[in-house]
Ligand binder design. Structure first.
Ligand code: ZN
Length: 268
């Protein structure tokens, strides 16, 4: 009886999905890359080998009826875990608080981001969108983190994720590099054309990436099978054409681009 139970538990752990066990345990044998999971001696070793920090910037917002609300950070963290495993470096916990465009209505209601995109007609508060902060506060949070990353011994930082957070980061790269004495990387205008991670809003690209990283957090049956019905609050190619294989293909292209950026900067 006891042995059967033990066997059942062992089988359960070995076969558990990433959602239950988290990133590290999901790939047996893969190095630990999450800052929060490292012991000091592991942190010192990884930092000495490659003093690069990865900062996923997400938000918690509507990503269509078919994707989880935390899709942004799940994808950016997923990409960065892959980069850290292959190229070295340490993945910071995601910052979910993110900026976006915002409009205050006469009745006092606040519309944010996708609430008034052309795909949200008429404009309305989309369910689940949360964790919006004014841009100034977001900039202060990122500045505070950069100060501490520098102090901890990092020499370079890659940040990416939620669209407006990405844009704010990319626009401030040079100024922040000078201010913090760090080499900073992001999806700048120069590489935006080749970048394949999070390039739409809950469309084919983001949905495919989510199907690759966390298929259990995608439910295409929530969308109308009628292709003439455009999914609400979704931008880009139709998410009903998404596949995990395409997500993996997009991921590989972006990881390769990161490798090239690091190599060019003499970090590899
Ligand atoms: Zn997104």
């Amino acid at each position: 009886m006891q042995r059967t139970r033990r066997r059942f538990l062992q089988a359960g752990v070995a076969g558990a999905p990433a959602a239950v066990l988290g990133w590290s345990a999901a790939s047996a044998g893969a190095p630990k890359v999450h800052y929060a999971e490292l012991l000091p001696h592991e942190f010192r070793k990884r930092l000495a080998e490659r003093p690069i920090a990865y900062l996923p910037v997400g938000t918690l917002e509507w990503h269509g009826e078919h994707l989880a609300l935390g899709a942004d950070a799940i994808q950016s963290e997923g990409l960065m875990v892959e980069c850290a495993r292959r190229l070295g470096g340490i993945v910071m916990p995601p910052i979910h608080l993110g900026p976006d465009r915002a409009r205050l209505l006469e009745d006092g209601k606040l519309l944010v981001g996708m609430d008034y995109a052309t795909s949200t007609s008429p404009p309305r508060q989309l369910d689940g969108s949360c964790y919006w902060v004014p841009l100034g506060l977001h900039v202060m949070i990122v500045d505070a983190i950069l100060t501490q990353l520098k102090r901890a011994g990092f020499r370079a930082v890659l940040a990416d994720g939620h669209g407006p957070s990405r844009t704010s980061w990319a626009e401030s790269l040079q100024e922040r590099e000078a201010r913090f004495g760090l080499k900073l990387f992001g999806v700048t205008k120069e590489i935006a054309g080749q970048w394949k991670s999070q390039v739409d809003h809950a469309g084919r690209n983001e949905t495919s990436l989510m199907m690759h990283f966390r298929p259990e957090l995608v439910d295409l049956s929530q969308l109308s099978p009628d292709r003439s019905v455009r999914p609400l609050g979704v931008g880009g190619e139709d998410p009903r054409d998404a596949t995990a294989a395409y997500g993996k293909e997009c991921l590989e292209k972006s990881v390769e681009l990161v490798r090239q950026m690091f190599a060019k900067a003499g970090l590899l």
